[in-house]
Design a protein. Structure first.
Length: 254
């Protein structure tokens, strides 16, 4: 695959976690999330242990302390749903701070909040320690069809290009005195979206022709070797192995 570009989710570094092959990290995160999801919701101590494991990964990878809390706000819609669940769920009622709420709803909210947050944090750490283009290479090494990874690669590369084009069009409209105020201006915005689509389509055609002229035959050249050794697989397996032990202990204690 061609050379990538820096992404705002990635935090450059040289830690052990950064140096692990992307396919190892992908499998490790997936296995960790499966262990978390399989844990009985009543075993709160297990989720505390999972949080400690993720904190250890963040410390080893030298991810800035404030980065994870800032990015975890992406799950706010799910948190809002979790907080509503005790009030709308049926079942036995219990009093919490003088308010009658559903006991099953409380457990359901805790289940969503705990497992969802741990999964989001694991994904944040994966994105912070792995460049997006390397993630795509890792997915390809895990036998994902090349056509899908190529589409994802172009989406990653040209999302910023299309966004920049949209920003220039907005500046052009503002320089001509246009300022959207109500629904009567929707027509102008709709025409702008149509123009953006046409420009993006034409750019895609030009890029495809340029690729064909340079010998593109349906396969992208691989610029980086992302092969993994047994030692690297073993290192990546440390997190899911520990999580599996915790999940097994939670089921035994159930």
């Amino acid at each position: 695959m061609g050379a990538g570009h820096a992404h705002r989710l990635y935090v450059p570094g040289t830690s052990v976690v950064h140096r692990l092959p992307p396919q190892c990290k992908l499998v490790a995160v997936l296995a960790f999330v499966i262990a978390v999801v399989a844990t009985p919701r009543e075993r709160m101590w297990a989720f505390a242990v999972y949080a400690v494991l993720l904190a250890a990964v963040a410390a080893v990878s030298r991810v800035p302390a404030g980065l994870v809390p800032r990015r975890v706000v992406i799950e706010v819609p799910f948190v809002a749903f979790a907080f509503l669940l005790p009030f709308v769920a049926s079942g036995e009622k219990v009093a919490v701070l003088g308010v009658q709420v559903s006991q099953s709803g409380l457990w359901g909210a805790w289940n969503i909040l705990a497992k969802g947050t741990l999964g989001v944090v694991a994904s944040i750490l994966l994105a912070a320690t792995t460049e997006p283009r390397m993630l795509l290479l890792g997915v390809e090494r895990l036998r994902m069809p090349q056509l899908i990874t190529q589409i994802a690669t172009f989406m990653l590369r040209y999302a910023d290009v299309v966004t920049a084009e949209l920003r220039r069009m907005k500046v052009a409209r503002a320089s001509r005195g246009f300022e959207p105020r109500d629904l009567r201006d929707a027509g102008v915005l709709a025409r702008s979206v149509g123009a953006l689509f046409l420009r993006s389509y034409e750019r895609g055609e030009r890029v495809h022709l340029a690729m064909l002229s340079r010998g593109y035959d349906g396969r992208m050249p691989v610029m980086h070797d992302v092969g993994a050794t047994a030692a690297q697989w073993s290192m990546a397996a440390a997190l899911p192995a520990a999580a599996t032990v915790v999940a097994a202990a939670a089921w035994i204690a159930a």
